[in-house]
Design a protein around this ligand. Structure first.
Ligand code: CTP
Length: 464
């Protein structure tokens, strides 16, 4: 009953109430084939967390099919999804072959988030070696729940008869929700899947839970075992790319929330940043950089009047990775966007170059700062300024707040009217004028610029 109330009230890509009808239809279809159907994972957790009778906000609903009278076939989830799609032609279907799951996706209905219903077949997973992607085989719902990360995510609600609405809670998830703790199901959980450390922190921070003491011990044990230490250097390990993708997903979730600092602090305390690099930890200076980058990105954009085109969470992650020398290798492994990888690749040589160039004289001329910095794009300059606020950073700020706003009193049309022959000379003249204005040699009045031209670029006698 409570599930029905919560789901009925929840506005989705479906009409109100339609979601419940839909779940009922899938349940009937499963029942007719002699299978059980369960809601599992995050939806059950969120339902139990929500006060009675309130709508819960789900971006996806995970369903699991299990044997009841008939043995469950490997593609049972796919069979049900295909059957349902006939009744809901505006749903898209996606089949993930490897794990034999199917997703039904409703994208449309203005103003509402898309809804995804995932239908899987109950399965057991085997981890052929630590941190591998699991290999799977069909199994019972209990086994399916046992392979999951935390007790609060390892509960199921049955939708089929007998006893529809029955809560399956084999591992004490309900109690953990009441005691507000994130707890793993078994000691090897983090050895099998290091991204679970990041998930433990994410759920703890998001829900205001603690990580259970023994679970924390398992995390430390996994970290101390050193199995993550060379995660980023062992390129050859089979399936490693899939693990990196999951790691990137977790990092992006963590860095995108307002409580990123709390999560990152906890990850640091647990030693989990060694999944990224064995020597990565956060000192006071790095904390300042991480806080600075968000504020400065905002001010950068206000100054230049445009979006600099990189998500704030990504720049913050770059600041973190920039702390270690193999930064671009890690960014590549994590499959970060190409822009991020390139920035991290260029960072060391460009910082060294700027530091040499701009600090060779006590007070470089504005035109010199301008021509030095105009070669680089704004996200890179931001990253560098955040890392070197007292040195190169002050020149970058001077460039962003003053120098790039230089306004030329004269343009190409004007030069033509004055009688200059169009060609490469124009660019040269305009650059020279820009520099002269920046250095205060001339004013921004047209007459001042023309006087400068007469002196430095006199027109040939009888010129056109
Ligand atoms: N899961 C797991 N181990 C992982 C990832 C996921 O055991 N490394 C299981 C959990 O049971 C989880 C479910 O798969 O509940 C779905 O994963 P996901 O969608 O990532 O998380 P949700 O619990 O749905 O959380 P969210 O609300 O953030 O989507």
């Amino acid at each position: 009953g409570r599930l029905q109330t919560s789901l009925q009230a929840y506005p989705t890509a479906l009409e109100s109430g339609e979601l419940w009808t839909l779940l009922t239809q899938i349940a009937v279809a499963a029942q007719q084939r002699g299978w059980h159907l369960y809601v599992v994972g995050g939806a059950v957790r969120d339902l139990l967390l929500a006060p009675d009778g309130t709508a819960i906000s789900l971006k996806d609903i995970d369903l699991v099919v299990d044997s009841f009278r008939s043995p469950v076939v490997e593609g049972a989830g796919v069979v049900l999804a295909q059957q349902l799609q006939k009744q809901y032609p505006n749903a898209q279907i996606q089949v993930h072959g490897e794990f034999q799951t199917a997703a039904l996706i409703w994208r449309t209905r203005a103003g509402h988030a898309p809804l995804m219903i995932d239908i899987a077949t109950a399965r057991t997973e085997f981890y052929p070696y630590p941190a591998a992607n699991p290999e799977v085989e069909p199994s019972s719902i209990r086994q399916d729940l046992y392979r999951r990360d935390f007790t609060i995510n390892a509960m199921a609600i049955r939708l089929t008869s007998p006893q529809p609405g029955l809560l399956l809670d084999f591992f004490g998830g309900y109690l953990d929700i009441q005691q507000r703790q994130v707890r793993v199901l078994h000691a090897n959980s983090f050895i099998e899947d290091p991204t679970r450390i990041f998930r433990a922190v994410r759920f703890a921070v998001r829900l205001g839970f603690v990580i259970a003491p023994q679970t924390e011990t398992f995390i430390r044990y996994a970290v101390d075992s050193g199995i993550y230490a060379d995660l980023q250097t062992q390129q050859t390990q089979r399936r490693l790319p899939a693990l990196q993708t999951r790691l990137k997903t977790e990092l992006s979730y963590i860095f995108q929330t307002d409580s990123w600092a709390q999560s990152l602090g906890l990850l640091d305390k647990l030693g989990a940043l060694s999944c990224l690099h064995p020597s990565l930890s956060i000192d006071a200076d790095l904390w300042r950089q991480l806080h600075r980058v968000g504020r400065w990105q905002q001010r950068f954009m206000e100054e230049v009047g445009e979006d600099i085109g990189v998500a704030p969470w990504l720049l913050r992650l770059e600041v973190l990775l920039a702390r270690v020398e193999v930064r671009s290798q890690i960014a590549t492994n994590l499959q970060l966007p190409l822009g991020s990888i390139q920035r991290l690749q260029q960072l060391a040589p460009i910082e060294a170059h700027l530091s040499d160039t701009l600090q060779q004289t006590a007070q470089p001329r504005p035109s010199f700062i301008y021509q030095t910095l105009i070669l680089y794009d704004l996200p890179l300059l931001l990253l560098i300024s955040v890392r070197h606020p007292q040195t190169i950073g002050t020149y970058i700020w001077q460039y962003i707040t003053q120098l790039i706003h230089v306004h030329l009193p004269i343009d190409g049309h004007h030069l033509k009217r004055l009688g200059y022959e169009p060609g490469p000379l124009y660019r040269q003249i305009l650059t020279a004028l820009t520099h002269a204005i920046l250095d205060g040699d001339i004013t921004t009045a047209a007459a001042s610029a023309e006087a400068y031209l007469n002196r430095h670029y006199p027109l040939a006698q009888g010129g056109s």
